[in-house]
Design a protein around this ligand. Sequence first.
Ligand code: FAD
Length: 467
Amino acid sequence: MSQFDVTVIGSGPGGYVAAIRAAQLGFKTAIIEKYSTLGGTCLNVGCIPSKALLDSSEHFENAKHNFENHGIIINEPKADIARMIARKNEVVEQTTKGINFLMDKNKITVFEGLGSFESATQIKVTKNDGSSETIDSKYTIIATGSKPSSLPFITLDKERVITSTEALNLKEIPKHLVVIGGGVIGLELGSVYLRLGAQVTVVEFMDKIIPTMDGALSKELTKVLKKQGMKFMLSTAVSAVERIGDSVKITAKDKKGEEVTVEGDYCLVSVGRRPFTDGLALEKAGVELDERGRIKTNDHLQTNVANIYAIGDVIKGAMLAHKAEEEGVFVAEILAGQKPHINYNLIPGVVYTWPEVAGVGKTEEQLKEEGVAYKIGTFPMRALGRSRASGDIDGLVKIIADEKTDEVLGFHMIGARAADLVAEGVIAMEFRASAEDIARSSHAHPTYAEAIKEAALDATGKRALHM
Ligand SMILES: Cc1cc2nc3c(=O)[nH]c(=O)nc-3n(C[C@H](O)[C@H](O)[C@H](O)COP(=O)(O)OP(=O)(O)OC[C@H]3O[C@@H](n4cnc5c(N)ncnc54)[C@H](O)[C@@H]3O)c2cc1C
């Protein structure tokens, strides 16, 4: 029987990063993945393919609507969805192959097959052809991720009533895509097809989209997406989804309790994701789940079984690739006797619509609820020279700082390149910077980042310079 110090089950961003860090720290490491490609949800059907399609559709949108304004005259552009999907597949293939390279480089043994516990220290790997082998492992890290969830009354036929996985592989541009759920995934994939010419209607149970982000971002994003043509049915509770031939009829109750219907040719159900533990035979190792089906872990991400740890989407916390990665490194270092730390308050959240939306730290709503005295600085993107040069004038930066100490407590941005610029907020808060620290740091001109400095100036005595 093969023996390993550390075995990771699942090769998503949590699992493969945990395996690399474990190998770096000198552990004899194995990784088990049931699919033939490594990289998990993120690389195969999540972060990377969605961003590839978002980039392609944005080029199309620019060619169609913005080139002329820049003095570029082209014939009416056409969207070739088959080519876009093929390009996305090429990006995915290159990226997942990169993980194989990293496994080889770090001398990590890769097992292709379903991993299931035989005991707390033995894991069976069952291949597609039914053959199996059992390996022995001192420590195991469960990183089996998540799957799209649905509502009990919805039948996902995966043709017309689809999840994000199918939405990344459509053979045609929908005429009318109805998206159930105004969260990150629904808005990103809704944006892809909106830009390609589909009518897009988002049906959301809450009274706002991206409800966990700062209210200012939700408000601005709603405004911008409406301007782009996206329709919203907020405070609307879906009660039935019915496939009728090539159409899908969605029935819901609006906030007055009245029945409303909307019909499209595709319905994307993006109401969240559920932790995935099917087939792991956790009971054979004695690993416990919590009331929401997540693997129960303590502060060290250790399960109730001492030598078994769990990370990423399968445990509590935000379902984000970079959170899973931090946890992968964290557990490997714990096993090596180090004392790593993760600040869960500083895991940024991003929505890759255009403009992009990003936030980290506390939202204004959270601070209100916690009774913390705070002050706010904001700056609109449209006041920047950089924004006017590119034409990306929508959005704002909002910095929230402690009323007394001036420490930055929250960083929220909607605007061009917010996904990359949120890193400034993360670093500032990791080093417990004050708004004054940001305000006094030189930001290159002309850049979108100047809006951050201006918002910090606004937070510290209303002294923004370009307003
Ligand atoms: C459309 C979409 C877009 C997204 N965009 C972003 C984004 O832009 N940024 C971001 O941070 N996050 C994004 N996410 C979320 C991100 O993909 C997840 O948070 C991340 O993949 C979680 O990583 P993980 O390692 O926990 O699990 P996963 O990536 O889900 O990987 C789990 C792996 O375990 C394997 N597995 C499961 N059970 C077994 C078993 N018994 N034996 C062997 N293998 C098994 C699975 O096949 C899978 O490969 C997106 C998700 C979706 C669906």
